[in-house]
Design a protein around this ligand. Structure first.
Ligand code: IMP
Ligand code: MG
Length: 172
């Protein structure tokens, strides 16, 4: 592992959290054929692990969002840059996100989805940084609360680096 990184959450603990979230989703969505929409790229590993633990039929889709503006903080001006391929109307949708920081990205995307008239929309996030939140977005299924540090690994990047790491780490 790169020397400037410290482990925050070990992959065994991530795995236990994924089991817990999958069990909650399975219980709530049994027989509802939910549509899980992952926000790329950060959610790809979480999504892959999560769906294999949800023991009820479901479908998946992905979107790519871009936050335009400069700097590391999201500007709140978000654009959908790769469209959904599955119809959302009348579906029970679960948005799957790697990290909720200010909340602006997810808030924008949930509003975008609601205009497509889904039967319901809920949010599943692997991590959240409550100290930086600027929105009231409710997280229905949450893995971990993390401190105000820049985290990477398990799909999450810093400038496209470190997505491949099995643990969630922070940059010192
Ligand atoms: P928000 O709009 O501020 O909630 O930002 C959400 C997006 O910013 C996430 O989906 C990540 O892509 C990125 N992000 C926020 N915090 C971190 C972090 O600590 N590490 C890596 N990416 C982050
Ligand atoms: Mg993201």
């Amino acid at each position: 592992m790169p020397s400037d990184l410290k482990i925050l959450i070990k992959h065994q603990d991530i795995s236990k959290a994924v089991d817990r979230l999958a069990a909650e989703i399975c219980k709530d969505y049994h027989g509802k054929n939910p549509l899980l929409i992952g926000i790329l790229k950060g959610s790809f590993i979480f999504m892959a692990d999560l769906v294999r633990k949800i023991n009820t039929p479901l479908q998946v889709d992905f979107v790519r969002l871009s936050s335009y503006g400069s700097g590391t903080e999201s500007s709140g001006k978000i654009k959908v840059i790769s469209k959904l391929t599955e119809p959302v109307k009348d579906r029970h949708v679960i948005v799957v996100e790697d990290i909720i920081d200010t909340g602006l990205t997810t808030q924008y995307f949930v509003e975008y989805l609601k205009r497509k008239k889904p039967a319901s929309v809920r949010l599943c996030a692997l991590t959240e940084k409550p100290s930086r939140r600027k929105t009231k977005t409710k997280i229905d299924y949450l893995g971990f609360t993390v401190p105000d540090k820049f985290i990477v690994g398990y799909g999450i990047d810093w400038d496209e680096k470190y997505r491949y790491l099995p643990d969630i780490c922070y940059i010192e």
